[in-house]
Design a protein around this ligand. Structure first.
Ligand code: TXA
Ligand code: MG
Length: 316
């Protein structure tokens, strides 16, 4: 894996060049690191599934610069346009009917009629899209593991079959985008994320799909985010020998999500905490209660799925 410095413009050109050749590059985004391939390239997209060991029925988000590029790939209705105007560029992914003539590899949508579109705000990611065109990118973890938010997470467990890694520091959000579908002028949340239900509700009636719902995004039905250690949630204090992930003031923490109880800080540090537990070889991790409000909803969803770990069947 070729290592590239994201703050060097030559390196960014090199990354864009590799993508145009159908290669795969790990790239920074404001949410989590992504494993990128050119969305129109069968080779680029197939490479993502191979490198992540991702089930082929789990489609990929396609990243665009904004509304214009989105319009080449999907049919955009009124509410979708208002969401783009309000939340793009940023951590909102919108499921939209794919255009028949969309220049996309068929593999991107895993045979589904909708394509997932997001305009990232990260400057380097945007430069890459401007140079190469729409980019497909899931989070850069192997399927099932926590998402990488720092270069050291990638380097600790470098994926095979990836051509290059464009490193650019810590991801500002630390949690993935919110994935939404639009149905009859209302919003359905498939995956809670950095844009909260409260923010979406200000735009249109908003509901969240129940966990495991048959109509949920395929990725929501797969096992995810699990560290190697076993995880116990809602613990006010650590059991002896546990690796304790704290939230708010406490006398003992092996890892502090946010000493002041700030949910945005906790979101940014969540996956880092799970990775730290693995790095020090913890076998049992207990996590403090996180309030089920605002960003806490997305944090708790990740924690619940991480704790369920191997109990959720990985679909074929
Ligand atoms: O913040 C993010 O969203 C990051 C960065 C890199 O943009 N990406 C990311 O991708 O988290 P991934 O693949 O880890 O999660 C994408 C989710 C999955 O649950 C997937 O099933 C769903 O979006 N999804 C993608 N395309 C879809 C489609 N066409 N129809 C339904 N669900 C889709
Ligand atoms: Mg992911």
């Amino acid at each position: 894996m070729e290592q590239l410095d994201g703050h060097n413009s030559e390196a960014c050109l090199r990354a864009a060049d590799l993508l145009c050749w159908g290669k795969n590059v790990i790239i920074p985004s404001e949410t989590v690191y992504g494993l990128a391939g050119l969305a129109r390239s069968d080779e680029g997209v197939a490479g993502i599934f191979r490198a992540k060991k991702r089930p082929p029925d789990n489609p990929l988000i396609v990243h665009v610069l904004g509304k214009n590029m989105a319009g080449d790939l999907a049919h955009i209705g009124g509410l979708a346009e208002r969401l783009m105007d309000k939340f793009w560029p940023g951590p909102l992914t919108i499921l939209l009917p794919k255009r028949d003539d969309a220049p996309l590899s068929q593999l991107v949508t895993a045979g589904l009629p909708q394509v997932a579109l997001r305009a990232p705000s990260h400057t380097i990611f945007r430069e890459l899209i401007a140079m190469a065109g729409p980019i497909a990118a899931p989070s850069a973890n192997p399927s099932g593991a926590p998402s990488p938010t720092r270069p050291e997470h990638i380097l600790a467990n470098p994926p095979s079959h990836v051509d290059a890694f464009l490193a650019a520091g810590i991801c500002a959000c630390g949690l993935e985008s919110t994935v939404v579908e639009i149905k009859e002028e209302s919003i359905i949340i498939h995956r809670p994320g950095m844009v909260t239900k409260e923010e979406l509700s200000a735009m249109a009636p908003t509901s969240a799909l129940a966990p495991g719902a048959a109509s949920a995004s395929p990725g929501q039905r797969h096992r995810h985010y699990a560290p190697k250690a076993s995880l116990i949630l809602n613990q006010e204090a650590a059991d002896q020998g546990d690796f304790y992930i704290a939230f708010g003031p406490t006398s003992h923490a092996d890892f502090q999500l946010s000493a002041t109880g700030d949910l945005a800080e906790a979101a940014q540090r969540l996956f880092h905490g799970l990775m730290e537990a693995d790095r020090v070889g913890a076998s049992k991790v207990s996590v403090a209660p996180i309030p089920e409000e605002g960003l806490g909803i997305a944090i708790n969803e990740r924690l619940r799925r991480a704790a369920e770990g191997g109990k959720i069947d990985v679909e074929p």
